[in-house]
Design a protein around this ligand. Structure first.
Ligand code: FMN
Length: 182
């Protein structure tokens, strides 16, 4: 078992959101404390119950969800995180991160994140969305920061097209997380 680390797992509104459940399970089994933060759109794809059960931690679904503490939950998570992993990361979340928007729990955590925390983004989207100049400019902006991308990979996309845009395999994301936290 590896050393326990605090991982904030951002789950966004992609059809690949169900794969974040397996990611949560594998990271938790490795001994990490996984704190899932879902966007409002992610809630359309998968329920918080899956993440709560698999991570054994409360799931943040709203910026105004507060634990019984004086400190806002998103600030506590941002302070204590060893890693912010966003998987799957939508085109929308990358645009928001690139431009510093802070209109939900996940984007607020990203801005308030302690500087020692690693950031790993695992995009998943339709190939045209990924290749669109707007998305590619946002990716280029984000790559100037101390963060890493994993994927997307090529293959059959759930939107029915073949191309680039698939979430990187969960096992490989787990290996990357372990390498970054080592
Ligand atoms: C069935 C369906 C699947 C979607 N899959 C993706 C996806 O894989 N990647 C993506 O960037 N957007 C996808 N979208 C669009 C996003 O859900 C939408 O942009 C949303 O605003 C993202 O919000 P969030 O980034 O706050 O979670 C999908 C939408 C629908 C209806």
């Amino acid at each position: 078992m590896s050393t326990t680390r605090n991982i904030v797992l951002g789950v966004t509104g992609s059809i690949a959101a169900y794969k974040a459940a397996e990611l949560t399970s594998q990271l938790t089994k490795l001994g990490h404390s996984v704190h899932v933060v879902m966007t409002a759109d992610a809630l359309r794809f998968i329920t918080p119950l899956a993440f709560k059960t698999l991570s054994r931690n409360p799931v943040v679904t709203d910026l105004y969800d507060e634990e019984e503490s004086w400190k806002p939950t998103h600030i506590k998570l941002a302070d204590e995180a060893d890693m912010l992993l966003v998987a799957p990361a939508t085109a929308n979340i990358m645009a928001k991160l690139a431009h510093g928007l802070a209109d939900d729990a996940l984007t607020c955590i990203a801005l308030a994140l302690n500087p020692k925390a690693k950031v790993l983004l695992a995009p998943a989207m339709n190939g045209k969305m990924w290749l669109h100049p707007a998305t590619q400019e946002n990716v280029a902006t984000l790559k100037k920061r101390p963060l890493e991308f994993i994927g997307p990979e090529e293959g059959m996309l759930s939107c029915g097209y073949e191309g680039i845009g698939r979430l990187w395999p969960v096992e490989a994301i787990v290996r990357k997380v372990e390498a970054l936290l080592a």
